[in-house]
Design a protein around this ligand. Structure first.
Ligand code: SF4
Length: 140
């Protein structure tokens, strides 16, 4: 179980209670969410609006994140190309995806939206360039 998240598991007369806490990241209010599972029923408290309940359940069941980073590129006007995932990636796979991207070496030119890594780590999500990168000699 992830150490960063508070997890309390109590077994009381054959019923399993699991309580985890999250910060809602949907809006700047940053509500403290408490998600409780009791015999398969999930409830959320601490949310000030319905979006927090949806976020809390999603975080509890299958946390995902957009991935943004940079990849090394040869011959471009900058040494690294900013990239972004075309969709959300399971949080548990982010490290694997970053390892793949950090080992890559691209070649300029590339255009914004070009696919850099298709179906990265079999997540079903592509990683694309988030800006165009022209060749250095064009501006020399
Ligand atoms: S629960 Fe609602 S108000 Fe609170 S941070 Fe999430 S989206 Fe914002």
């Amino acid at each position: 179980m992830n150490k960063k998240m508070t997890a309390i598991k109590k077994i009381v007369t054959r019923q399993v209670f699991i309580t985890r806490e999250f910060i809602c990241i949907v809006c700047p209010n940053s509500c403290r969410l408490t998600v409780t599972e009791n015999d398969g029923k999930i409830t959320v408290s601490g949310n000030e609006c319905p979006r927090g309940e949806k976020h809390g359940i999603h975080e509890y069941r299958e946390p995902t994140r957009m991935l943004t980073t940079t990849v090394a590129i040869n011959g471009g006007i900058l040494p690294r190309l900013p990239v972004i995932s075309a969709g959300e990636i399971p949080k548990a796979r982010i490290r694997d995806c970053l390892e793949v991207l950090y080992k890559m070496k691209l070649n300029a030119p590339l255009r914004c939206g070009d696919i850099i890594a298709k179906n990265i780590c079999d997540t079903g999500v592509d990683v694309v360039a988030s800006r165009s990168m022209y060749r250095k000699e064009v501006y020399a």
